[in-house]
Design a protein around this ligand. Structure first.
Ligand SMILES: C[S@@+](CC[C@H](N)C(=O)[O-])C[C@H]1O[C@@H](n2cnc3c(N)ncnc32)[C@H](O)[C@@H]1O
Length: 259
């Protein structure tokens, strides 16, 4: 029987210590102990009903995932979703997933420096009024905290339907001196990308025909070095592929010493 009311929801969350974390502080710097392994930790900030983080955890069992949201009811729904996704695979308790009830405002009290490898920001509230810009999860004051918490391979992946939030975020990442990659103004323009896991909000916006904006931010030193090396290889490859021009365009001015 489903528990109802605030007290009932809280009780249902308290009864799931294998999956739901109501107080992050004891786990700060010790999340690997929670999971019982040393694998990378990817987090989603503002997971909502948890479709994305649940599906990701089942799709990538070698990564640890943490979904963060601040509302008990969303945590309850996310826990049901996660258990349902894993039940399809015959597993009762998701081994690589934690659902954390916390306010992102104090993210530095939940994770230690270098503890996280990837942050997903999926359809974060855009806070459209300029006077609320500080609340946007990509405001430089948040980005500065993310930089601290990410490890050497650290990245931030952002998806949004909001042009305003996307523009604001690109400026914010760039102002913080970060490297952007794979920027798309219409992620699903050629049909829904099957290789990327959709979120609840994303499905809704795709149905409405709204373009989804996406970018990746390369933060960690190792990730940045890898990205630069890949770019150098691409440029070198391109140079090698390009045939050397055998003749000048006929409009070129004559520059021989004979004049
Ligand atoms: C628009 S929803 C997106 C949900 C989900 N990521 C998706 O794409 O379907 C934004 C979510 O962020 C959560 N959120 C917003 N600000 C937060 C904060 N400061 N701390 C924790 N969660 C927050 C909200 O509760 C909400 O569930």
């Amino acid at each position: 029987m489903r528990l109802r009311g605030r007290k009932g929801i809280r009780e249902s969350l308290e009864n799931q210590p294998d999956l739901v974390v109501l107080d992050a502080k004891p786990h700060r710097g010790r999340w690997h102990q929670f999971f019982g392994n040393d694998r990378p930790i990817y987090i989603e900030l503002g997971m909502g009903k948890g479709r994305f983080i649940s599906t990701m955890s089942a799709t990538y069992p070698d990564i640890n995932f943490i979904g963060v949201d601040m509302y008990d009811e969303l945590l309850r729904r996310a826990s049901e979703k996660a258990r349902a996704v894993w039940a399809e695979r015959g597993v009762e308790s998701p081994p690589n997933l934690a659902l954390l009830r916390a306010n992102i405002e104090w993210i530095e009290t939940m994770f230690a420096p270098g503890e996280i490898e990837r942050i997903y920001l999926n359809f974060s509230d855009p806070w459209p009024k300029a006077k609320h810009a500080r609340r946007r999860l990509t405001h430089p004051r948040f980005v500065a905290k993310y930089i601290e918490l990410l490890n050497e391979r650290g990245e931030i992946h952002l998806k949004t339907d909001s042009k305003l939030l996307f523009e604001f975020s690109l400026n914010s990442f760039s102002d913080m001196g970060l490297q952007l990659r794979n920027i798309s103004l219409d992620l699903h323009r050629g049909g829904v990308r099957e290789d990327l896991v959709l979120t609840e909000y994303e499905s809704k916006f795709i149905e409405q025909g709204q373009p989804i904006h996406r970018c990746e931010v390369v933060v960690g030193r190792e990730a940045l070095a890898e990205h630069r090396a890949a770019m150098r290889r691409q440029v070198e490859g391109h140079k090698a592929d390009t045939p050397y021009p055998v003749s000048e365009p006929s409009s070129s001015p004559a520059t021989t010493s004979e004049g």
